[in-house]
Design a protein around this ligand. Structure first.
Ligand code: CAA
Length: 257
């Protein structure tokens, strides 16, 4: 795999990652996922970066796991090479990650978008889990994340038929945040990312943790977890600055501490 299949650009406090394998509609081979995880972790560890955007190109965010790479695999091959190992690293990113989806987000591509914290889609986006047509099922979270996002009956329909849905349908189903014209995808994503990046990063980080926790635990435990994080934030300089700035009627200057 060439390094150029995953491109990184830093714009202010936002790290932009682009999947760039256009000839294969950004099909996600294992090396590409590893590169992506490497770059995400690098941005996650960079104190200047406060939000990350993941995008593809206009025709495809990603058309799924690379079918050529896995077609002849045995279960033992997949276990030995930890086929989904680097996906776990992507799921563990602490900073907010926004998927900017244009074109196809299918199979692993849809799962990758769902690993992100928010999804902005352009009008030409199509989402789906077509694995059933290949004799398999989603393996990178499709049955789990899709069901949580759109509910049982819609997830059943998408996974069992393999049919895709449009950006408007994805919006109505609760899978994505918003739909924008194709030529405004970058601008609209940028606005969202910059707004998040303007907020105190430790609070953003803990807010993300608390929301993700809500998907995993009973309400009572989640409420306690949230309270503890709330108390913890009073140890940050940014809490002092944020509240002082409000009282002094000025713009806060967050340091990230
Ligand atoms: N893996 C490997 N190559 C892929 C690919 C994939 N998932 N998706 C597209 N490509 C390749 C095609 O083979 C083709 O390559 P060649 O030009 O060398 O023939 C190139 O990308 C362009 O694709 P098409 O000619 O098919 O383009 P199209 O516009 O006619 O169709 C499409 C687009 C409907 C997305 C079609 O490419 C398609 O159905 N792709 C497969 C989608 C899919 O099944 N994804 C699920 C994969 S399994 C998975 O993801 C498991 C998991 O849970 C992790």
């Amino acid at each position: 795999m060439s390094e150029q299949e995953v491109l990184v650009e830093i714009r202010g406090h936002v790290g932009w990652i682009q999947l760039h394998r256009p000839k294969a509609l950004n099909a996600l081979h294992m090396g590409l996922i590893k590169q992506l995880a490497n770059h995400l972790e690098e941005l996650d560890g960079n104190d200047d970066i406060r939000c990350i955007v993941l995008k593809g190109d206009s025709k495809a965010f990603a058309a799924g796991a690379d079918i050529d790479e896995m077609a002849e695999s045995s279960p033992i091959d997949l276990i030995r090479k930890e086929f989904f190992g680097d996906w776990q690293r992507i799921r563990n990113i602490k900073k907010p990650v926004i998927a900017a989806v244009s074109g196809y987000a299918l199979g692993g591509g849809c799962e990758l978008a769902m690993c992100c914290d928010m999804i902005i889609a352009s009008e030409n986006a199509r989402f789906g889990q077509p694995e059933i047509k290949l004799g398999v099922i989603p393996g990178a979270g499709g049955t789990q994340r899709l069901t949580r996002a759109v509910g049982k009956v819609k997830a059943m329909e998408m996974v069992l038929t393999g049919s895709t849905i449009s950006a408007d349908e994805a919006l109505k189903a609760g899978l994505i945040n918003r739909v924008v014209p194709v030529d405004q995808l970058e601008e609209e994503t940028s606005k969202l990312a910059d707004k998040i990046a303007s907020h105190p990063p430790i609070a953003v980080h803990l807010a993300k943790q608390a929301i993700l926790k809500a998907l995993d635990v009973p309400l009572e435990y989640g409420l306690q977890f949230e309270q503890h994080l709330f108390y913890l934030l009073f140890a940050s300089e940014d809490q002092r600055e944020g509240m002082k700035a409000f009282i002094e009627k000025r713009k806060p200057d967050f340091s990230g501490r």
